[in-house]
Design a protein around this ligand. Structure first.
Ligand code: FE2
Length: 420
């Protein structure tokens, strides 16, 4: 007898009336109209069954710290970094762990089962690193948490920056991070990209850098990142996060840059909620949107995913761990309003995000992990439109979360009683 059988599901690729059979935490069959004895049978009633949402870019060490010790008055990236610097001496490991675990609860309830979180390695104490490694251990039974060694204050700019980052990797952090646009000069930024890619190559680790999170069209560290990726044979293991300067770059230069990225196998993560909030702050009018060139990168074959980046922290006061809200904003900012474009935005928070993170066993195919989300929606576009209720969330065949369907009971004069 099967452990679990989902029937009458609609899949993201448009197939309807599909059944998904689960045994020992894995998908053993996906077929139309399949009925077989199972310990648990769930009738999806035509609703969308999706692989879980993945957040390929987050800052869990800062999450839910909004207002500590004060709020960001200017709303800029730079005041956010300064504010995080004020908060860091006040942090305790216990409070960091507690806030992160609370956020993971929110995320699971929203169908997020994988998060790549950057963790600040700037301080010699590595307090955030130790706290996030503890969180990684605690959530492992229900969530894949990847950690990126992120030198927030600059790996070359901050005293001891490189040594601290290496020690974080020694402790078990998974990915090499960077922040070239925050180093002192363009030259030092490029040098930081080179040395961090070399470090990743030596250690056999992936790379995920905050790269060109700036409105400066001459911030071109992504070019160096693509070059180093090719030079060191790191194709498929390197991601450029943010890349907001590409929004403001000269079109001729970008016509050369995007093919270079595609050739190097560098992926890209845009963070729509944060990019639209932080970028263009030095503009009067017109104000730039700041998000990187998502549809153009996708058209060139670059894997592009969307990240949440921040939830209630020094940079962003809102957010709830809902990757459909991220996709909704991304769709608007990138003007990806065609049917195909909207579905690409759904992919950006599911399959593409999983690809950026290098997740194994991801998807709705035989042999994949039985990890999926049942949404109160008919298809991916409906899911984004409604930021649909995550009715049920399973990981490896185990039910982790249930949410009651959203309904409203109307009593309107002249209208029949209805539930919209
Ligand atoms: Fe970030």
């Amino acid at each position: 007898m099967l452990n679990l059988l989902i029937t009458h599901a609609t899949l993201p690729d448009g197939r309807t009336n599909m059944s998904v059979a689960v045994q020992d935490g894995r998908i053993v069959e996906v077929a139309a109209g399949l009925l077989a004895p199972a310990h648990d049978t769930v009738d999806a009633a035509g609703q969308l069954l999706s692989p879980p949402f993945c957040d390929p870019h987050f800052h869990m060490d800062a999450a839910l710290s909004y207002g500590l010790p004060r709020v960001n008055q200017s709303g800029t990236l730079l005041e956010g970094i300064a504010l995080w610097g004020e908060l860091k001496p006040l942090l305790t490991e216990e409070a960091l762990v507690e806030r992160a675990l609370t956020y993971c609860d929110w995320a699971v309830a929203k169908g997020q089962l994988a998060i790549r979180s950057h963790v600040d390695t700037s301080d010699a104490s590595l307090l955030p690193v130790r706290a996030m490694l503890e969180v990684k251990k605690r959530v492992a039974p229900y969530m894949d948490l990847q950690l990126v060694a992120f030198p927030q204050d600059g790996v070359l700019r901050a005293p001891g920056g490189l040594d601290n980052l290496k020690r974080a990797l020694d402790l078990g952090v998974d990915v090499v991070g960077g922040i070239p646009h925050f180093e002192r000069t363009m030259g030092e930024g490029a040098a930081s990209v080179k040395l961090l890619c070399e470090l990743a190559a030596q250690r056999g680790l992936p790379v995920d850098m905050h790269c060109d999170e700036s409105d400066d069209p001459l911030s071109r560290h992504i070019e160096t990142l693509a070059y180093e990726t090719q030079r060191l044979g790191l194709q498929g293991r390197v991601n450029g996060s943010h890349l907001t300067s590409m929004h403001s770059m000269d079109n001729y230069y970008v016509s050369k840059l995007i093919p270079l990225m595609a050739e190097a196998g560098v992926s890209a993560v845009a963070n729509p909620l944060i990019n639209i909030t932080l970028q263009g702050r030095h503009d009067t009018y017109p104000k730039r949107r700041g998000m990187t060139r998502v549809p153009e990168l996708m058209a060139a074959g670059v894997t592009v995913a969307f990240g949440h980046d921040c939830v209630m922290d020094p940079w962003y006061s809102l957010g709830s761990g809902d990757m459909l809200e991220v996709a909704h904003m991304g769709l608007h900012v990138a003007q990806m309003t065609s049917q195909a474009g909207m579905r690409q935005c759904f992919d950006a928070v599911t399959v593409n995000a999983a690809k950026v993170m290098g997740l194994g066993g991801y998807g709705l195919a035989v042999g994949c992990d039985a990890s999926f989300v049942l949404l109160q929606a008919r298809d991916p576009v409906d899911a984004i439109r409604l930021r649909a209720t995550r009715l049920k969330v399973w990981r490896q065949g185990v039910l982790l979360s249930e949410t009651a369907p959203a309904t409203a009971r109307l009593s309107l004069p002249g209208r029949p009683a209805a539930v919209p």
